[in-house]
Design a protein around this ligand. Structure first.
Ligand code: ADP
Ligand code: MG
Length: 631
């Protein structure tokens, strides 16, 4: 029987990515080796774990290692491991496609990228793993046999659209990736990946910390096989021994990110419960930060042995972007995710990690404002979810948060800074939520605050709507929406002076307000005079404890049943339209046109806050009628 060779097509995303790699616009080609070694190391981790869990696996775990085999004459380089390997279907699924979430998004952005530098930057953010091989090879052969199975698979491709796949009889356990190096790199010793010196240099630089031996045949007649990496787990070494570059390369291995991290965080606990943590804040958000199938980035080790990726018990959801490793000394090697969730020691580690991450960011705020700004731009939206979830650290999260504000259009402000700028006698932290900065800034609610130069936080993330009501306050000051409840910006002195005038105003308008309340009764629950308007005739505000319109929309979109929420119409007693309406109503209470004016006034207030009219064509008809009369 002849063994069939199948030719299959790459998934289209994979094809596009491969094109990029073949035309190698990424400047640092050496990184291909880091990716292959990283995969080999993962495969060894997986096999050790699997054979520990499944005693009948029948795999050989006696000498797990990685081998680099260079053939200068044949111009090939092979990266071999005796790890977990892949079945045929796994090869098709894992190598023939990219399953990474956010891929489509990444490719769209890449198409929009203006120049080579921008594309490079994007590739760095995305990370391409195995396909990095095609930066240096014009053909790649992969032979693999899944540990515990009998038959191997051979995969081969030049990266141009298709690959072949066929069974092989006598493949060793694990995976061997052979790169047929591009001829153009042969002359240039900078890129001679068959040179042992070059290979050694790359391994030292990118993969030294890999905890499995990386072996290579030495040069010369009777040279022996040597181990080219030091294999020291970085987190177990004292920080003075580890260079920043080493931390950065380790970060790239655990995160699959190609860019340096923003910050490295170390934590060590000795005593009865010993553990080490080496954590990183990335310098950019992953493509899947807000996708449903997103993962968390902390790996769990027990006594240097890799136990699991994406250990959700170690970091809360809102810190899912934190990457790194926790190595606990006293856990059992066969802990499961379920056990971890209950484990008291794990909960203690988690609490400490969270506090450490938050305090690191807090330090960053003053020590390196630019770095902090990057952090907040990339991860602020995720961090703010903690205001809903993590009651214990609420104050600390508020402390490291920044918000857009009317104080400075360019730069967000911390709450601490907001509080330091509060006016004499100001008791609240004022904010407004909305869909965009311009909608908020141009809303009538802002008028009196602007006129009296009170600073207002401009909250435009959907999540802001959710936390701001529940959080209460910061530093003893309550958050107060400028679009809700009554506002009172007058000082006590001003109040006295205007009290008499106010009383008079109330009397003057009483009959208008009562009448309008009835006329607009289907839409609003109250019509009252406003102290927040200077130039607009009217605005709509919510009752103190009512849902905001955005939240209402969100809940309805999620399919929640809500009773209709009526809001309050506030009139500006200084505005000509309002005073005119009052006079007209006093002299001709029966005039039916007045109800239409009231309706128009309400419609304008609705539009001014970015709301939608219930019946736009009616509004336009009424308005056109009025305009016509003015001509
Ligand atoms: P990533 O490592 O980020 O998942 P890669 O493109 O590097 O992406 O690899 C894709 C997948 O192929 C890996 O997740 C792994 O499942 C599989 N794979 C790659 N190399 C090996 C290997 N040497 N042994 C076993 N599986 C491998
Ligand atoms: Mg990889």
């Amino acid at each position: 029987m002849t063994t069939p060779i199948e030719t299959l097509e790459f998934q289209s995303e994979a094809r596009q990515l491969l094109q990029l790699m073949i035309h190698s616009i990424y400047s640092n080609k050496d990184t291909f080796l880091r990716e292959l070694v990283s995969n080999a190391s993962d495969a060894l981790d997986k096999l050790r774990l699997e054979s520990y869990r499944d005693k009948d696996l029948g795999a050989d775990t006696s000498d797990l290692h990685i081998t680099l085999e260079a053939d200068a004459a044949g111009r090939t380089l092979t990266v071999r491991d005796n790890g977990i390997g892949m079945t045929r279907d796994e090869v098709v699924a894992l190598i023939g496609t990219i399953a990474k979430s956010g891929t489509a998004d990444f490719l769209t952005k890449l198409k929009e990228a203006k120049d080579a530098a921008a594309s490079q930057d994007l590739i760095g953010q995305f990370g391409v793993g195995f396909y990095a091989s095609f930066m240096v090879a014009d053909k790649v052969t992969l032979v693999t046999r899944k540990a515990g199975t009998g038959e191997g698979v051979r995969w081969e491709s030049s990266g141009e659209g298709t690959y072949t796949i066929e069974p092989v009889e006598d493949a060793p356990q694990g995976t061997a990736v052979t790169l047929h190096l591009k001829p153009e790199d042969a002359e240039d010793h900078l890129y001679d990946y068959t040179s042992p010196a070059k290979i050694r240099e790359i391994v030292k630089k990118y993969s030294d910390f890999i905890t499995w031996p990386i072996r290579m045949q030495g040069e010369g007649e009777d040279a022996e096989v040597e181990t080219v990496n030091s294999m020291k787990a970085l987190w177990a070494r004292s920080s003075s021994e580890v260079t920043e570059d080493e931390y950065h390369e380790f970060y790239k291995h655990v995160s699959h990110d190609w860019q340096d991290p923003l910050e490295t965080i170390r934590l060590q606990a000795e005593g009865t419960f010993e553990y080490q943590a080496l954590l990183f804040l990335p310098s950019h958000a992953p493509m899947d930060l807000f996708l449903r199938e997103r993962k968390r980035g902390v790996q769990l080790y027990v006594k240097r042995v890799f136990i699991m990726d994406d250990c959700e018990s170690l970091v809360p959801e809102y810190l899912r972007f934190v990457k790194g490793v926790v190595d606990a000394q006293d856990l059992s090697l066969n802990v499961s995710r379920e056990i971890l969730q209950q484990d008291r020691q794990i909960q203690l580690i988690r609490r400490r990690l969270v506090k450490k991450v938050l305090s690191t960011v807090k330090t960053m705020m003053t020590a390196d404002a630019e770095k902090y700004a990057t952090f907040w731009r990339e991860f602020g939206r995720a961090v703010k979810e903690g205001l809903l979830d993590d009651f214990e650290n609420r104050e600390a999260i508020l402390e490291i948060s920044s918000f857009a504000s009317t104080h400075d259009a360019e730069k967000p402000t911390s709450l601490r800074d907001y509080v330091s700028r509060m006016k004499e006698g100001q008791e609240h932290i004022y904010f407004m939520t909305g869909e965009s900065r311009s909608a908020i800034e141009n809303s009538p609610h802002m008028e009196a605050f602007r006129a009296k130069s009170y600073e207002v936080l401009v909250l435009t993330d959907p999540i802001d709507e959710m936390w701001v009501d529940g959080v209460g306050g910061f530093d003893g000051k309550q958050f107060q929406s400028i679009a809700k409840g009554q506002v009172d910006l007058e000082s006590d002195e001003d109040k006295k002076a205007t009290e008499v005038a106010r009383e008079q105003q109330k009397k003057d308008f009483e009959s208008l307000l009562t009448w309008m309340g009835t006329a607009l009764g289907e839409d609003v629950k109250e019509v009252r005079l406003s102290s927040r308007l200077t130039t607009s005739p009217a605005c709509i505000v919510g009752d103190t404890h009512d849902l905001t319109p955005t939240l209402e929309k969100m809940y309805r979109a999620m399919g929640q049943e809500l009773p209709p929420i009526k809001r309050i119409l506030e009139l500006n007693p200084e505005h000509g339209l309002v005073t005119g309406l009052r006079e007209a109503h006093a002299s001709r209470p029966e005039d039916e046109g007045l109800a239409e004016t009231a309706e128009l006034l309400y419609g304008m207030a609705l539009l001014a806050e970015g709301g939608e009219l219930a019946d736009p064509s009616r509004f336009i008809k009424l308005l056109a009628g009025r305009l016509e009369k003015t001509l």
